[in-house]
Design a protein around this ligand. Structure first.
Ligand code: SF4
Length: 614
């Protein structure tokens, strides 16, 4: 069967055929006969989402820089495309070559969010591969997964051969070398996995046995065949020396973030206690303004983008931000290129910074106070005061802004009704502030949007021990807030995140290997693209839990004692459990921890760096 021809035939029949066409500017095509390794980089979501992802751009370009490797992109097909592929028996293919990915040496997934897990299985199945590693046996391709969700990969342990712990730029080249050498030497897959387990940053789940106590908690995780007892993540030590792409593939279909991006730093100095990214990407490391400026110029030249963003967890924590903007603003203004700073902390908003970004961007502003009362902000270690929030909004309003979006969470540990009402009260203070300003934008009203997410306790955070509110509790809180806001103001709009997906996220984020059966059953029930409300079907998940006799509440709604063996305790992500426990205890005393610049609180991550972070 000529697959390429078959794909050609079905493309006119699907929505957005450009998602599956390949051939974009800067996509890489090589001669398959001239490479030793073919790598299918799979993003378990639609093209528009995957093409916005910086990590994929970096790893795609890095792999393709090697003459011996050809990396292709693969995205999840939407329902219409999937139906046609299944009807015609077309296997999942690489966008660049349209060759079936089951013929490649390596299939790599990036796991950005738990709701993509069933899509991983669906993509393996569409590729024509058994979803379970054991059923794939000695056959290649090797199935690998990286990304933030691999800090607790156990709910996917039965499906993935190797998990990458930490930063792919650092560990992937060693994995490529290993596979190429294994092919040359003709060594078995089992031996390859054993050798992979000895490389720092790779975790081979099949080499670990998990036993359970009668109460359902973990008794022990035991390594076999010489695998390390505690596999550790890998990090980049020199951010200026690390590979960064000098061009991006420019998507045909508009991506969620369709722009150039430069990374300014990794890690976070803040330590907000709910935030997984703030802990798993530690230690804090910055790039120099010269390197960021060079990469930014190159990307704008090679892609033709008229927007570039400075990407990081908290760009205003970049110690040389004003110096960087002084370098980048002249050429970006001259080239009519918008410079955007998506991750600004509310207290990092100096008048000079506002003046600098206001030169190129005057839409809405977004801030994340996360909690409405000072007590709650202290519990979560969001070291921001109400005065700081209001003074930042004042500066913004005086600078011409009149729309503000405020991000909050409900269901946080120790939360009371007062904390919920505090969210609305704070939003109302922002409204009142606007109308009290003599210098406010004339002839315009203010729009304050409150975006509410439900708290999801995550591994490797100080809140990893905390119970999540049940769906009923979260729904009640949402209703209370809506009636409270109705009694207060017409200028505040509330958006909230579906509590059913938040519950599932909590189950999958802190799950163990027994959830593999549930994920597989949910996929068999028809789940895929669960992050999309039009595809998500809660009942299919409920049925999967019931069929597997697994109680989701055991994972989501239970307080975990400090001495319980957690499913991810055998993985070393730098931050120590004793630090996370200390931080949890402080949260319950409403006590804050200063940021890393003010004082190192000994999280343990700097051991990966081999020196002090700052
Ligand atoms: S080791 Fe200290 S400075 Fe480094 S990330 Fe941890 S707390 Fe911050």
């Amino acid at each position: 069967m000529n697959w390429k021809l078959e794909v050609e035939k079905i493309l006119p029949r699907v929505q957005k055929p450009a998602r599956y066409a390949g051939g974009e500017l800067n996509s890489v095509v090589k001669d398959p006969a001239g490479v030793s390794l073919r790598f299918a980089f799979c993003f378990p979501d639609l093209y528009e989402v995957g093409m916005s992802h910086l990590g994929m751009k970096i790893l795609y370009a890095q792999a393709n820089e090697r003459p011996d490797t050809w990396c292709e992109r693969v995205f999840a097909p939407d329902a219409d495309m999937e139906a046609l592929m299944r009807e015609r028996g077309i296997p999942l293919f690489g966008l660049e070559s349209r060759d079936p990915i089951r013929e490649f040496d390596l299939i790599g997934f990036t796991l950005q969010y738990e709701m993509s897990f069933t899509t991983v299985l669906n993509m393996l199945d569409l590729a024509g591969l058994p979803v379970r590693s054991a059923q794939r046996g000695a056959a290649f391709p090797l199935v690998v997964a990286g990304g933030p969700c691999t800090c607790n990969p156990e709910p996917l342990a039965d499906f993935v051969d190797i998990f990458v712990l930490g930063e792919g730029e650092e560990v992937n080249p060693e994995l490529y070398d290993l596979i190429i050498a294994a092919k040359k030497e003709g060594i078995s897959k089992g031996e390859l996995l054993r050798r992979a387990s000895l490389i720092q940053g790779l975790y081979v789940p099949s080499l670990y046995d998990v036993s359970y106590k009668e109460d359902g908690t973990i008794a022990a995780v035991t390594a076999r065949e010489g695998a390390p007892a505690r596999p550790a993540k890998r990090i980049i030590r020199d951010m200026d020396g690390v590979f960064y792409p000098q061009n991006f593939v420019v998507p045909f279909v508009e991506a969620v973030h369709d722009r150039a991006m430069v990374e300014v730093l990794r890690g976070c100095i803040r330590g907000c206690r709910f935030c997984q990214a703030g802990f798993i990407y530690r230690p804090f490391r910055e790039k120099s303004p010269q390197v960021i400026d060079r990469d930014g110029r190159s990307l704008c030249e090679t892609t033709g983008y008229d927007e570039i963003s400075l990407s990081s967890l908290s760009t205003s924590d970049y110690s040389r931000l004003e110096e960087l903007l002084d370098k980048m603003l002249p050429w970006s203004e001259k080239g009519s290129i918008n410079l955007s700073l998506p991750s600004l902390r509310i207290d990092g908003f100096s008048p000079k910074l506002l003046e600098q970004i206001a030169k190129v961007r005057k839409s809405g502003l977004t801030f994340a106070p996360e909690a409405g009362t000072q007590r709650m902000r202290d519990v979560i270690n969001k070291n921001i005061t109400e005065e700081e929030i209001l003074s930042t909004c004042r500066t913004a309003f005086e600078g011409g802004y009149c729309a503000v979006k405020l991000y909050f969470m409900i269901g946080l540990p120790t939360e009371t009704e007062k904390d919920i009402e505090g969210i609305v009260d704070l939003a109302q203070k922002v409204v009142d502030l606007f109308y009290s300003l003599p210098d406010r934008p004339r002839g315009k009203g203010v729009a304050v949007t409150v975006s509410l997410a439900s708290f999801v306790p995550k591994p490797f955070t100080p809140f990893q021990y905390e119970p999540q509110d049940t769906e009923e509790m979260l729904r009640e809180k949402q209703h209370h807030m809506i009636s409270y806001v109705a009694s207060k103001s017409k200028k505040i709009r509330i958006n909230y995140h579906e509590s059913k997906t938040s519950h599932l996220e909590a189950v999958l984020a802190r799950g163990d290997r027994r959830l593999c059966a549930v994920v597989e059953q949910a996929w068999k029930n028809g789940c895929r693209l669960d992050g999309w409300s039009e595809h998500f079907d809660h009942q299919r998940w409920v049925d999967a839990f019931a069929a597997c006799h697994v109680d989701g509440g055991f994972y989501a709604n239970r307080t975990r004692p400090y001495d319980e063996i957690l499913p991810w305790d055998h993985l070393d992500y730098g931050v120590t459990k004793s630090f996370l426990t200390r931080e949890n205890q402080k949260a319950h005393c409403d006590a804050t921890t200063p940021n890393c610049r003010l004082q190192c609180s000994g999280c343990g991550a700097n051991k990966l760096l081999g020196r002090a972070c700052l």
